[in-house]
Design a binder for this molecule. Structure first.
Ligand code: OOB
Length: 370
């Protein structure tokens, strides 16, 4: 990468920095991610190919365009790159977006798992004609398998596409012709044949397919270092240039990845590890729960115990006992049942729209609920 000066370059080289994205981490200070013209162009084009993009494509930007997801996966840039049309939504409200889809004959749009239940509910009652919508992307956080199945059933004529990506680069998509089971239960596979992913144990040794490990990534559009962050880079990259994603995944022989949690998002309850995402994924399917986050809190006996922050769907939050029955029914081990339940009115979100566990941890420290 050439050093950049204050004056705009008339003809930047392909490998020059095109833009800086913000890392989406929910813990610690956000880092800057340099993306080059070449890698970012490739990112959008390769994603577009997987989505069957052409000049007939009409992309509805439902989420803010500043997200890498909406911007280029394939998003706005990947659509414009093939001569397609982009429609900008003023907000993600489904009744309004469905009207836009009908009016503009939208072929593809992208939402996140928080919106999925709202869009599903509207889908049941809408009179809007959604027959143009070929692809509904859902990504940026773990989509519960049950919700994915509902989308597949309810959005007839539309293919659900799971999107597992990161501003740092690596982008995984389910393919339009994947089986409904793969689409419902996996977060896709890398978009480029040149993506080089490893799933490793604590000693950076590769684990077998089907086993959970940390996802490492290297490839044509994955960063090689955060901007001006040598100390952080030394921890976040292997000596041979793989980016440590901090995501815990299982890889299927087909190459599809299942996100099992984040390495940092684990609760160590007396030695037994609880992947917060796994429990959240189950509880998200509970009819009385609109939104749920599981956090660790210090415990004199166990080291850590788990606290569930819940935004209830209706007036009352399910009790710990009710959650235990629900989880047991689903075959979840008893130690994974939240030790404590707290009600919050709304889920705090980070500037990029992710559940802000740091803000919840502050509430925990204060011993209050929002
Ligand atoms: C997208 O990018 P970021 O940078 O805001 O966040 C990346 C992180 C991933 O490392 C992973 O922990 C999580 O968000 N994530 C998912 C996920 N998609 C992203 N976790 C579970 N399931 C998924 N489907 O969030 C982003 C970037 C490009 C496209 C889509 C999302």
């Amino acid at each position: 990468m050439r050093p950049t000066s204050g004056t705009p370059q008339a003809s930047p080289a392909a490998e020059d920095m095109a833009l800086l994205l913000l890392s989406g981490g929910t813990t610690g200070l956000p880092k800057l991610i340099p993306r080059s013209h070449a890698d970012y162009l490739y990112n959008g084009r390769a994603a577009g190919e997987v989505c069957g993009h052409s000049s007939d494509t009409v992309y509805l930007a439902t989420l803010p365009v500043a997200f890498n997801y909406t911007m280029n996966c394939p998003g706005v840039l990947g659509t414009l790159a093939v001569g397609g049309k982009v429609v900008l939504a003023a907000n993600p409200d489904p009744s309004y977006c469905f009207e836009l889809i009908e009016r503009e004959r939208v072929t593809i749009t992208a939402i996140n798992p928080q919106l999925a239940p709202v869009w599903l509910a509207e889908r049941g009652g809408t009179r809007a004609d959604l027959s143009s919508l070929r692809v509904l992307q859902v990504g940026s956080a773990r989509l519960a398998d049950d919700v994915a199945r509902q989308i597949i059933t309810e959005f007839t004529g539309t293919v659900l596409q799971q999107v597992f990506g990161m501003a740092e680069g690596l982008l995984c998509l389910t393919r339009l012709d994947d089986s409904p089971e793969i689409i419902a239960t996996t977060q896709g596979r890398p978009i480029s044949p040149a993506d080089d992913v490893r799933v490793t144990d604590d000693e950076d040794r590769d684990v077998s397919d089907g086993e959970v490990g940390e996802l490492l990534a290297r490839g044509p559009y994955t960063l090689r270092g955060y901007y001006r962050a040598p100390e952080h880079n030394a921890k976040t990259f292997t000596d041979d240039g793989y980016y440590r994603t901090g995501d815990r995944v299982r890889r299927l022989p087909s190459g599809h990845l299942i996100v099992a949690g984040r390495s940092k998002d684990q609760i160590n309850r007396g030695g037994e590890k609880i992947p917060a995402t796994e429990v959240e994924n189950h509880l998200q399917a509970h009819p009385a729960i609109q939104s749920i986050a599981l956090l660790p809190t210090p415990d004199p006996d166990l080291g850590e115990r788990s606290v569930a922050f819940i935004v209830p769907t209706g007036a009352s939050t399910p009790t710990r006992r009710e959650l235990a029955a629900f989880l047991t029914e689903r075959g979840v081990a008893a130690y994974k049942v939240p030790d404590e339940v707290r009600t919050v009115e709304t889920m705090p979100l980070t500037p990029v729209g992710k559940m802000d566990k740091k803000a919840l941890a502050v509430l925990l420290d204060k011993g209050t609920s929002a």
